[in-house]
Design a protein around this ligand. Structure first.
Ligand code: HSE
Length: 411
């Protein structure tokens, strides 16, 4: 009998317990072992659950229980999750986590400890919720040199953008519903300001290119400045705005780009039709070309589905290690995002004739956009792709007041 402990009984942790007991028989069959949850760690009381006798407030009950071989961490945040996970790994227990902040900031160290102790540290649920993405990158696509990954990596922001654009729901109402549905982080600014997507692109970049990218190295911008005016201009040229996490290997493989920002993409792109809580990750490999993984990126049961699959994998590999690893990062590994090539959508106010003349003088091949009911002093345009630094320099010669500036990606 393999004993499991679950640390954290919030949205994901309670989902893990639910899925485990609902499908216990087939889970045991797939794992090839009898399994049970021995402890659930949480500081809160849950008298109504059928598993009330398994709850503990004391981490040592898990750490010192030698029959516990697999520990699930669904507490979120770095502390105390990091200390608990590290102690479990050092004590010879395999750990499964859904905690992207933990993996994105401390992943390299925890992977090294797991390797030293010959146990597993698995985190499929940390990216894309229920979508299988980390295993496909490390196993099914292992024959490829991966060159780029672009994804819609945050369910909450994708849900909010979809509700605002398609159903005219206010930002606040859409966020409230996302919270009620269990999609949003405890502090929803982690979603709205792009930090959650940033952590996920760090993990994807590390797995795809073999070196840790730290969240502070990733240029990150959220969705709070998106307006319906921008949406309308871009609709007129069959483009949409999505929060995109991107990582790309540069010539020679010594550096990468890693960014998170709202981006304008063509409605023909596969990511353009990914709506609501759904996430999608597009992986570009030198042998396979583009492959897209799609599914529910947040929520109790989809995320629990990925966690429990990792638990089964740990149970099947108690004596062997799954090869999931990357090296520590370094300060100059991530290249300056301003050197990446992007187009730019710009909306400005001022004397539109004068702005148009300036824009035409500064850039060649600009496309001017229109929308219904635009104010007389408003103008919007899209530039051709160029290094962002060059765009900034050229814009110095353009008068008027910039209201919006959104990068255009050719995916
Ligand atoms: N808050 C996250 C999201 C949860 O909305 O995608 C899943 O990581």
């Amino acid at each position: 009998m393999i004993k499991i402990a679950v640390m954290g009984h919030g949205v994901v942790g309670s989902g893990v317990v639910e899925v485990f007991y609902k499908n216990r028989e087939s889970i045991q069959q797939k794992a090839g072992h009898e399994m049970d949850i021995a402890h659930i760690l949480d500081l809160r009381e849950f008298p109504e659950t059928p598993y009330a006798d398994k709850f503990t407030k004391n981490f040592d009950d898990i750490l010192n229980d030698e029959t516990v071989k697999i520990v699930v961490e669904t507490m979120g945040g770095v502390h105390p999750a990091y200390d608990y996970v590290k102690a479990c790994l050092q004590n010879g227990k395999s750990v499964v986590t859904s905690n992207k902040e933990l993996v994105a900031t401390m992943g390299a160290e925890l992977i090294h400890i797991a390797k030293d102790k010959n146990v597993n540290f698995l985190f499929e649920a940390s990216v894309g919720g229920g979508i299988p993405i980390l295993r496909p990158i490390t196993q099914c696509l292992a024959a490829n040199e991966i060159t780029e990954i672009d994804g819609i990596l945050n369910g909450t922001t994708n849900y909010i953008l979809t509700q605002m654009i398609q159903n005219a729901v206010s930002f606040e109402d859409a966020l409230k519903t996302a919270q009620q549905l269990g999609y949003a982080e405890r502090d929803p600014s982690a979603d709205v300001d792009g930090h959650d997507a940033c952590r996920k692109i760090c993990i994807l970049s590390a797995l795809a290119f073999g070196k840790h990218v730290y969240p502070k190295q990733v240029y990150t911008e959220g969705i709070s400045k998106i307006t319906l005016a921008d949406v309308a201009y871009l609709e007129s040229i069959h483009h949409v705005i999505k929060l995109i996490g991107k990582t790309k290997k540069l010539e020679g493989g010594k550096h990468v780009f890693a960014t998170v920002y709202p981006a304008v993409i063509s409605s023909h792109c596969q990511l353009a039709s990914v709506d609501d809580v759904y996430n999608a990750v597009m992986v570009r490999g030198d042998a396979i070309g583009d492959v897209v993984f799609y599914g529910r990126g947040a929520g109790k049961l989809p995320t629990a589905s990925a966690v429990v699959a990792d638990v089964i994998d740990c149970a099947k590999h108690l004596e062997t290690r799954k090869l999931l690893c990357w090296a520590d990062g370094d300060d100059d590994y991530v290249a300056d995002y301003k050197t990446d090539t992007v187009g730019m959508y710009v909306r400005m106010n001022g004397n539109t004739d004068a702005i148009k003349a300036d824009v035409n003088g500064a850039f060649s091949g600009v496309k001017f956009l229109s929308r219904a009911d635009a104010p007389a002093d408003e103008i919007a345009f899209v530039t051709p792709a160029m290094p962002e630094k060059a765009f900034d320099e050229k814009m110095q010669a353009v008068g008027g007041e910039i209201q919006s500036k959104i990068r255009v990606l050719d995916l």
